[in-house]
Design a protein around this ligand. Structure first.
Ligand code: ZN
Length: 218
């Protein structure tokens, strides 16, 4: 079992499902040649895909192209089913930083065949996830700077202000389909600048005042 921590309040949650948004930043949708969706595009990662700060991403042998995607992670604190956008923010326990590791070559092959993406997105170690800060510590989750560097070189430098679907709408939309439970995590999509990593690289992801991750690649 994987655990999410909020050190400031000494809270721990067993991680449940990880619901992820694809194409939630227009510039990133464009860089992959995807249309900007009217409704959120969702996929899931299993809790078993989580690794913590300092742990290693292992690229599976069936891929030659593993990409990083830095994302704002939202930890759900209370059971949440078909909530309105107006009340949705009450269900957030905390915020953290995640890297949605993606086997881009495998995903592109699956997309071309209309097949599901799980083996490209949910493999073991595909979800580096930081500790969380309490929701109350983040005045506005839609003004956060997201950064990712590989071997010290900045590759992604974006703002959560550019999210197409914002948290109240995201939580209302997801909770009408999947009941959200304490310990569930939402990954809210990635800004532009995604690219490959190779064995021996070190990724550093940071959302100022939220969290940071240092993750080597094997
Ligand atoms: Zn992503």
């Amino acid at each position: 079992m994987k655990t999410a921590h909020i050190p400031a309040t000494n809270q721990q949650f067993t991680i449940g499902k990880i619901v992820c948004l694809a194409r939630n930043y227009a510039e990133h949708a464009k860089e992959l040649g995807n249309e900007t969706p009217a409704a959120p595009v969702l996929f899931m990662k299993p809790a078993s895909s989580v690794v913590g700060d300092g742990e290693t991403v292992q690229i599976p042998a069936y891929s030659q192209e593993c990409h990083y995607e830095v994302e704002l992670a939202v930890l759900i604190g209370k059971q949440c089913r078909a909530v309105s956008a107006e009340s949705a923010m009450e269900y957030i326990a905390g915020y953290g930083v995640a890297i949605d590791m993606t086997l881009r070559d495998v995903q592109n092959q699956l997309k071309a065949k209309g097949l599901p993406w799980e083996i490209a997105k949910g493999f073991d170690t595909s979800c580096p996830l930081s500790d969380f800060v309490p929701a109350a510590a983040v005045a506005d989750p839609h003004t956060l700077n997201l950064k990712l560097a590989v071997n010290g070189e900045v590759r992604q430098d974006g703002s959560s202000a550019d999210m197409i679907h914002r948290l109240p709408q995201i939580i209302a939309y997801i909770s009408a389909i999947f009941t959200l439970e304490p310990g569930d995590v939402i990954l809210t999509g990635t800004p532009a600048g995604v690219g490959p990593v190779r064995a021996g690289d070190v990724m550093k992801a940071e959302i100022a005042s939220v969290g940071r991750l240092t993750i080597p690649v094997a």
